[in-house]
Design a protein. Structure first.
Length: 201
């Protein structure tokens, strides 16, 4: 009798465990679907925004650019609207632009910096022409922003280092915790504008 009772209890425990596991799976699946739907909505908004900026790419490439901005920002824990603000100030959404100092592409990255980032991420990098590819430029630039925000206490300091470089920024950061440079002001101005018109990440 006890043996049968134990068997029944064992079966009951298995059924309960399976029901709980199924419930957790359904909840997890719903959360994933909700997150995926949110990502698609935000990507669509970024796409519309980029079209309004008259980015010199065809619609397919603009959509790829929008997806990259959202995915890389999400993965790196950076507000995608801040990435858009940096792109606006650095290149005005022109993917093939090169500055006199060699900074290239949407987020105006130095080839030497990009080479180091590529090595850390295990990505290929063959030179400055790679930085004219929107996806690679955004991927490397967003990674760089994320690392700077980890290293410094505030967004203003991170933006200043992004613009000036660590060595040049060091003296100013020793005097000012939150540098109020023209670059920092411009990026934050654009960022606050975008927070008013684009959805929360």
């Amino acid at each position: 009798m006890f043996s049968r009772l134990n068997t029944r209890l064992g079966l009951l425990s298995m059924v309960v465990a399976l029901v709980v596991a199924a419930g957790l799976f359904v909840a997890s699946d719903r959360a994933f679907c909700k997150e995926e739907s949110k990502g698609q909505t935000i990507t669509g908004e970024i796409f519309k925004f980029l079209k309004e900026q008259k980015v010199s790419l065809n619609e397919s490439k603009i959509m790829t650019m929008a997806k990259t901005i959202y995915q890389e920002s999400h993965e790196q824990g950076v507000d995608y609207r801040l990435v858009l603000a940096i792109i606006r100030v650095e290149s005005n959404f022109k993917p093939h632009i090169t500055a006199r100092d060699g900074s290239t592409g949407l987020m105006q990255l130095q080839p030497s910096l990009a080479k180091g980032i590529a090595r850390k991420k295990g990505e290929t990098f063959t030179g400055s022409k790679d930085l004219k590819e929107p996806e690679k430029n955004i991927k490397f630039g967003t990674y760089h922003v994320a690392k700077l925000m980890e290293d410094y206490d505030n967004v203003a300091a991170a933006l200043h280092v992004y613009n000036a470089g660590a060595q040049r920024a060091k003296l100013r950061l020793a005097r000012e915790e939150e540098p109020d440079t023209p670059f920092v002001k411009k990026v934050l101005h654009e960022y606050y504008k975008y927070t008013a018109i684009l959805p929360e990440p």
